[in-house]
Design a protein around this ligand. Structure first.
Ligand SMILES: Cc1ncc(COP(=O)(O)O)c(C=O)c1O
Length: 400
């Protein structure tokens, strides 16, 4: 056996290039700062994150408890998941949106929506290709594009355009190289929703420019003021040009369970399933059984949850108005997007609110450069805590 000489230089791990291209986790700093305040003994109200605060409905929990004892689920599940779960999501889309989906060819089961957002970029993009990404937008879109070694072109979401992208403003050279685009309504972070006409325009745009549409419908169950969010797949021709991502995380408070779906265009679904065949052997069967229960049982829990968020939203905006912080109420999702007062950046306001009011909000700049000038508040605390947060902020006299 050769003995290592004491002069041998230390073994170093060299990460692959793609690791260096990953975007920095902006919100990790936010979490650290909030934890410092909590560790110092302060009563911090955290409105900065997007983790549903309520438990999964009991009938879904009971379903996995029973399924856990079923030996069928102790074996490897089928590669692309159990057919009963694909049928359940297809049936839900039919009932909720009158969309027809073939469970075998137009549905892929995902480990949460996040996984699909990363996978689709790798399925479709080569280095040099462009992905159109909303700004502000959910940062996970950036991660998939980075892992694919592709580039991003940002589509500004402006308040004067109801936080919808204006396709006529996109630049020609980006459009020539664009192969994929993300859209997301009800929107994180702005709380905006999109009308059917926007999706019609999107299908036309996609056709004209040869761009695959990835509609992120994570908040598809949360629309306010009697407005049910529109699914991209309801649009004539949608399945020819794209897919939709859906997740159980928000609709049924199942964020920890990691269940999502990609739905729509057969070729894109085939590619996602193919990639997943190499990565995984589908989710634990017990989770798939409980997910099917969530989708096929009474949807009263979904209506109740939406009512809870709507009531919290109303309480929040009433409180905000009372301290002079005026904003357009969100139309869906569980986020509120509020303009920062004069003299502040989104980061300086977020820092001030944490230091002086012990309230965590997410600075808009973390969602992209067009997020500057806003902060995001989550409706993920009780009405009392939301009111208390606003009352503490009010004491700082920041609003005219
Ligand atoms: C806009 C948006 N898309 C997708 C997701 C991913 O959700 P999940 O991976 O839990 O399905 C989230 C979660 O916060 C989100 O806000």
């Amino acid at each position: 056996m050769t003995k290592l000489s004491p002069t041998t230089s230390p073994f170093t791990i060299q990460p692959a290039e793609r690791m260096n291209g990953l975007p920095t986790q902006f919100f990790a700093t936010l979490v650290r700062k909030a934890n410092e305040q909590i560790a110092a003994g302060h009563d911090v109200i955290n409105l900065g994150q997007g983790n549903p605060d309520r438990p999964t409905p009991p009938h879904i929990v009971a379903s996995i408890q029973e399924a856990a004892a079923n030996p069928l689920y102790h074996k490897y599940p089928p590669f692309s998941g159990f057919p009963f779960l694909k049928q359940a999501i297809a049936q839900r889309y039919k009932e909720d949106h009158n969309v027809d989906l073939d469970p075998e060819t137009e549905v892929a089961i995902l480990f949460g929506g996040k996984t699909g957002l990363i996978e689709i970029a790798q399925c479709l993009l080569n280095p040099g290709d462009v992905c159109l990404v909303p700004d502000p937008g959910y940062p996970d879109y950036w991660s998939g594009v980075a892992l694919a070694g592709a580039e991003m072109a940002f589509m500004p979401l402006r308040e004067e355009n109801n936080f919808l992208p204006d396709y006529s403003q996109l630049n020609e050279s980006d459009l020539n190289r664009a192969k994929l685009m993300f859209i997301n309504y009800p929107n994180n972070p702005t709380g905006a929703t999109a009308p059917a006409s926007f999706y019609e325009e999107t299908v036309e745009f996609a056709h004209k420019n040869g761009v695959v549409v990835a509609s992120d419908f994570a908040y598809g169950a949360i629309g306010f003021d009697g407005q049910k969010p529109v699914s991209f797949l309801q649009t004539p021709g949608a399945k020819e040009v794209g897919i939709e991502f859906y997740t159980l995380s928000k609709t049924y408070n199942m964020a920890g369970w990691r269940v999502g779906f990609a739905l729509g265009n057969r070729e894109v679904i085939r590619l996602i399933n193919l990639m997943q065949d190499h990565y995984y052997c589908s989710l634990f069967g017990g989770i798939q059984a409980a997910a099917a229960t969530a989708l096929t049982a009474s949807q009263d829990c979904v209506t109740e949850l939406r009512d809870v968020y709507e009531s919290r939203r109303n309480a929040l905006y009433t409180a905000l108005a009372s301290i002079g912080w005026h904003a357009r109420p969100s139309q869906g999702s569980f986020f509120s997007w509020l303009p920062v007062p004069k003299g502040h950046s989104s980061q300086s306001l977020a820092d001030l609110l944490l230091q002086e009011a012990k309230v965590v909000v997410a600075p808009g700049v973390g969602f992209g450069t067009h997020g500057e000038g806003y902060v995001r508040l989550g409706l993920l605390s009780s009405e009392e805590r939301l009111a208390e947060a606003v009352q503490r902020i009010g004491k700082l006299n920041l609003f005219g």
